[in-house]
Design a protein around this ligand. Structure first.
Ligand code: HEC
Ligand code: HEC
Length: 153
């Protein structure tokens, strides 16, 4: 019967996985530098490989910004993102150009957030994860570490 104890711990740990998405230890420095300067260096598991591919193919016209990188960094970042991408079926359609914040998974995870908060001056955009998630830069998205008081529970 000894095996029952580790199994019980595993069952408790599993739901927490959804809110812990630290960047992998082998994340290339180019990703943090090039993709973390204007916004959070988003955890790669938040988009499917095909969506990262199209994001990387369109960097010179990236949501109204020029986010182009040199060829070597581009290849390195694209390989890293695609290797660590999330499950396309679980994430759902992320639109075109792909947005984490349009994916079915993101929408479902935030179904308790009233729409007005996405444009609140403290937040500005749903893509601004760290406006609400205190530990976003460390990959922490727990519903227990929310900055905005009205959204804490
Ligand atoms: C020059 C600034 C800049 C750089 C550099 C940049 N981005 Fe962006 N990115 C933006 C802007 C602006 C948006 C739109 C943000 C918004 O809608 O609030 C955006 C949005 C995104 C989104 C969609 C967020 C959402 O709404 O779900 C993804 C994914 C993304 N960027 C990935 C990347 C990757 C990968 C890199 C590195 C190759 C990168 N970005 C580099 C400016 C930048
Ligand atoms: C307006 C504030 C706000 C913004 C911006 C925001 N979130 Fe959240 N997020 C929340 C709240 C509040 C919850 C708790 C879920 C609920 O109450 O419905 C949550 C839940 C989550 C969860 C689920 C955690 C769990 O326990 O399963 C993930 C993952 C997550 N957010 C990721 C992100 C990412 C990635 C971004 C940026 C692309 C982001 N969030 C932007 C407020 C926000």
């Amino acid at each position: 019967m000894k095996f029952l104890i580790p199994l019980a711990f595993l069952a408790m740990a599993l739901p927490a996985l959804a809110d812990r998405m630290p960047l992998p230890a082998n994340t290339p420095a180019s990703f943090k530098a090039e993709c973390g300067s204007c916004h959070l260096a988003y955890p790669p598991a938040l988009l499917a490989a095909k969506d990262w591919k199209s994001t990387m193919a369109g960097l010179s016209d990236h949501f109204g910004s020029d986010a182009a990188v040199d060829a070597k960094s581009g290849q390195e970042i694209a390989a890293f993102l695609e290797r660590n991408a999330g499950n396309a079926a679980k994430l759902g359609n992320a639109g075109s150009p792909p947005r984490i914040t349009l994916s079915a998974r993101f929408v479902r995870k935030h179904d308790e957030v009233p729409a007005k908060f996405w444009r609140d001056p403290r937040i500005k955009s749903a893509a601004n994860c760290e406006a609400c998630h205190r530990d976003a830069t460390k990959g922490g998205f727990s519903e227990r570490d929310i900055i905005i008081p009205e959204l804490r529970h």
